[in-house]
Design a protein around this ligand. Structure first.
Ligand code: SIN
Length: 279
């Protein structure tokens, strides 16, 4: 089988890889996948059913695996895999029912060293709905007016697990997990360590405040940047097919899950790839 990469071009994200043998990938496959991922920070690998071992093998191509902090989410047999299947919970900030991961975010920004990338495997996907949307934060940064780029250059924000601005439900942490995740500070504009490109680094779920700014002014700035970054022109929507493996780059994208109707199950397996301190 010949591996092929098709770029959809939607918002500069969303290439699809086909023709991959998940059980015994050819030696040049790793190189092709890494190159495709560098060009398209959201990559869908359509290679048919993947056992957890095959999913882990594919993930290792992209870097060092990072174990999920929250023990409750971990797969019982494969500790580097976590299981995403809860649909609705109650938002801590609004007290209203909401979809888990249903608001724009980037994974693990509440950590000092957030993961570089995330892979999801669509083990069970609903026939309709339950899409995952992605926002291209390089494109969003590039399109900012010059005055805004100047205004935000050098600014940082405090990210925390349960922030005052978060509207998504969050999984309860144990005392030990809380102790391991104190609030952290990250730049609002970060430079991608591999490409050198700048990206907005926002996480509406986890950013608590802009450092050194009164709350109302910081909130207004965050609202403005988030509204800008999530315009349709920067957004790619992934409609899941069974057994899709999707990998995205958390250093230059945000994502969110959409709700789906009816009682259809949706069960995704997730693997995180280690990152570096954002600069
Ligand atoms: C996530 O936010 O990590 C999961 C996204 C999804 O369920 O589509």
């Amino acid at each position: 089988m010949n591996i092929s990469v098709t770029e959809t071009g939607e918002a500069g994200l969303g290439a699809v890889v086909t023709g991959l043998d998940l059980e015994s990938p050819a030696s040049e496959t790793a190189h092709t996948l890494r190159r495709a991922f560098r060009t398209s920070p959201v990559l869908c690998i359509r290679g048919g059913k993947a056992a957890p071992e095959s999913f882990l093998r594919i993930a290792c191509i992209f870097g060092t695996l990072q174990r999920e902090l929250m023990g409750v989410l971990r797969h019982p047999a494969f500790t580097e895999i976590s299981v995403i299947e809860r649909r609705q919970g109650v938002s801590t900030a609004t007290g209203k029912a909401a979809t888990f991961g249903g608001h724009w975010h980037t994974d693990d920004s509440y950590m000092a060293v957030p993961c570089a990338a995330t892979l999801l495997y669509g083990e069970v996907v609903p026939p309709r709905g339950g899409d995952t949307s992605f926002a291209n934060m390089h494109a969003a940064y590039d399109a900012l007016p010059g005055g805004t780029k100047e205004r935000i250059a050098g600014l940082s924000a405090i990210h925390t697990y349960q922030s005052r601005r978060n509207v998504s439900p969050v999984v309860e942490r144990t005392e030990e997990e809380k102790a391991r995740t104190p609030p952290v500070t990250h730049p609002i504009v970060r430079t991608h360590p591999e490409t050198g490109r700048k990206a907005l680094y926002l996480n509406p779920n986890r950013i608590d405040r802009v450092c050194g700014m009164p709350l109302t002014q910081g909130d207004a700035l965050l609202d403005e940047l988030i509204a800008h970054a999530t315009q349709p022109a920067f957004v790619h929507v992934h409609a899941w097919q069974p057994d899709d493996i999707v990998i995205w780059d958390n250093r230059c994208t945000m994502h969110k899950a959409s709700p789906h109707e009816g009682g259809h199950p949706r069960r995704l397996l997730r693997i995180l790839i280690e990152g570096t301190v954002p600069v």
